[in-house]
Design a protein around this ligand. Sequence first.
Ligand code: 5GP
Ligand code: ZN
Length: 144
Amino acid sequence: MTEMARGFSNVALAGRLGAGIEFGGRVYTGHAMSCIFCKIVAGEIPSTAVYQDELSYAFADISPKSPVHVLIVPREHIASLDEADKDKRALLGHLLWVAAEIARQKGLTKGYRVVVNTGEHGGQTVDHLHLHLLGGRAHTWPPG
Ligand code: 5GP
Ligand code: ZN
């Protein structure tokens, strides 16, 4: 078993025991172990990968609103943009770069939209920070 696979199964085990677990320099506890996007990052819930690196994971939205609809998430659990502290500035910039890189890879030469729904009024439904990359059609403004 690879070190990564061992780590992921330890996360699952810790979830069953209700304990925290340290893996890859990060501590997985309570909310992070029950969050669906944390589980997608850990491979515990299947997803269609689009891009990944040491900081981020991008995958196809399960209910696409545009021909291209990709979600870009940090590997670490951050509940929302509002919860991203000052020390996350570089990570936030990286996530934006990932969105642009995926758009280039997918040939979205006519443009695209990047959305970060935040909190109740922002329409956020999953409490793990994510960027929506929407492309492949024209998008109207203002949004609903
Ligand atoms: P929000 O409404 O929080 O801005 O966006 C959450 C997005 O996550 C929605 O577009 C929804 O379709 C997507 N989503 C929710 N659950 C899953 C899942 O289990 N897998 C994938 N791939 N997308 C999901
Ligand atoms: Zn999470």
